[in-house]
Design a protein around this ligand. Sequence first.
Ligand code: ASP
Length: 346
Amino acid sequence: MHRNGRVLLIYTGGTIGMGLNRETSTLEPLDFNHLIARMPEFAAIPAGIDVHQFNTPIDSSDMSPRLWARIVEIIVGHYDNYDGFVVLHGTDTMAFTAAALSFMLQNLTKPVILTGSQLPINQLRTDGRENLITSIEIAAAHNSDGFPRVPEVCIYFNGRLLRGNRAIKFNADGFNAFDSFNFPHLADAGIDIHYHEELILQPDYTRPMTPHFAMDSNVFVFTLFPGIQEELVRHILGTKTLRGVVMRTYGSGNAPQLPWLMDALSEASDRGVNIVNITQCTAGSIEMARYNGGFQLHNAGVISGYDSTVECAIAKLMHLQAHYSDYQTIRHMMNTALCGEITTNE
Ligand code: ASP
């Protein structure tokens, strides 16, 4: 495989590149070129690095499907000129972006590593330097035959390389902010970086990477809780533009056995709304046949989200709904692993 030893850094914003606004005492995004010019270790990295920054860097709370398409455009526009890509991103919505990119960059043949930090890179105790430098090393890493070691969309954070569509942000202030509770790490970085090769997806190198830009955001997430009200649930499920729902259920996929809830779900499902069952637990999978409450959901047309994260289920629904109009196909594909995002035991 042709390589040129170059990595493109795409700076979207986030704490890693932020500085203190003295008037408001809040953090706001800064020009990243300016920041790395003051980082001597950057010049010592053995890969050629170019920086492409968003015109207006954002706090990742402002991330959107339109900006995901922008990241895809940047990657596509530079795909042949770089061995890998590092996307610098705020931590708050990084797991959503990683999941979205995993579906938008079909048959990805190069590493796309998302990273960021909990403290700005110009602060003394920052976690940003290590996250950035190791991410660049992973984006440039290749086997002796020239093929990349990790041709996947990943999140690298605090020593862990995670499959992007399996990761969640689980800690708001620790440096260990991300993990993938339903899938092992793709690599662990200590003195050396240990890649767990048997877990890493391999694309079809004889075919090109196919980018997808469209996302359909007509999705909604709701969490079941004791005391949930019929009127509110019916209001949401009855919304005309609604096409997909991620329902966060109890344990292995259970719901209260309320006749009105089953009716409302059945009606929406019959209308073509795709309702995906995801557990409220951080780890584990949906098993709807295990208890009666789950079995009733199945009968109401709710489909299993298996061991998907909520972030990934939302991104996958948005992607599938933008590309398919018939709900049978969407539901079938929701139950099929497209890029390692769920464990279906098949
Ligand atoms: N609010 C910031 C963001 O997501 C937090 C961070 O980067 O850690 O952009």
